[in-house]
Design a protein around this ligand. Structure first.
Ligand code: XBP
Ligand code: MG
Length: 257
């Protein structure tokens, strides 16, 4: 069994609750700018989250709700243009009003850095979105905290495919038994497990709470803060009331023993 060498964080839903108040708002503003009346509700967006990737999600929406829609140009160019506009709106939302990190995220990242634990990101979202979230919600130099930021179209297949986690490990020169992943969704869990990583902590959110997290080492409501304990939903109870590096190392050793 190898020692834990890196924590690999998902972004949307894990670092911050970005979907309802970030991406959804950005999509709807981009649609309105384009003169489209496709105002997605919170409920509809929850259904569309089944498909990862914003461009892929717009196409999924069309297939479900507007199968006869005729784009003014070829579909890929039309969707790419909408998505670029959406990304601009998302970046602005990360500045004003901004989004807070989820409980325990800053505390765990700071502890990992203090103890020399390598950090990486593996996300389906667009790299510009990661930069905007990190700089505005974490720290101006937060991108430097991560050895690798694996994001968006850098890989051919998005989550639930394992590509983004495989790519991140390759970039770090690490094997699956040296990594622990933190995710929020069933797509993320499948991506992690299919990459060979078996140490996996899920922190659920409003959109993912009832999803299937089979194979996750522990499923929690969040990472906890001093005096504000996290709730264990399923899996190992080794992490206690507040997820810290000591607990993650013990969980990792247990998973791989
Ligand atoms: C979540 C996603 C992303 C975002 C939208 O990524 O599936 O597609 O919903 O961002 P993860 P884009 O949970 O892996 O961080 O529009 O830039 O794709
Ligand atoms: Mg996520």
């Amino acid at each position: 069994m190898a020692n834990l060498e890196a924590l690999i964080f998902d972004v949307d839903g894990t670092l911050a609750d970005t979907e309802r108040d970030g991406h959804l708002v950005a999509f709807n503003r981009a649609f309105a700018d384009a003169g489209l009346d496709w105002n997605w509700s919170v409920e509809t967006y929850g259904e569309l989250l089944k498909v990862t990737g914003g461009k892929e999600r717009i196409k999924y929406f069309l297939s479900l709700y507007l199968p006869d829609f005729q784009p003014p140009t070829d579909l890929d160019s039309f969707v790419a243009g909408l998505h670029a506009a959406k990304t601009l709106h998302y970046k602005n939302l990360m500045v004003d009003p901004g989004l807070p990190l989820r409980p325990g995220v800053l505390r765990l990242l700071q502890e990992a850095r203090e103890q020399g634990m390598r950090l990486a990101i593996a996300t389906t979202t667009t790299p510009a979105n990661v930069t905007a979230l990190l700089r505005n919600s974490l720290a101006a130099d937060a991108e430097d905290w991560f050895d690798v930021i694996a994001a968006g179209d850098i890989v051919p297949a998005k989550k639930p495919a394992p590509d983004i986690y495989v790519w991140a490990m390759q970039q770090m020169g690490l094997n699956p038994d040296q990594c622990l992943a933190l995710e929020d969704s069933d797509n993320g869990v499948k991506s992690v497990l299919d990459s060979g990583i078996r140490s996996l902590v899920v922190t659920v959110n409003g959109y993912t709470r009832n999803q299937d997290f089979s194979g996750a080492s522990a499923v929690l409501d969040n990472l906890g803060e001093p005096g504000v304990p996290c709730e264990r939903i399923s899996g190992s109870d080794m992490l206690g009331e507040m997820v810290n590096l000591h607990g993650l190392k013990a969980l990792h050793d247990h998973v791989w023993e």
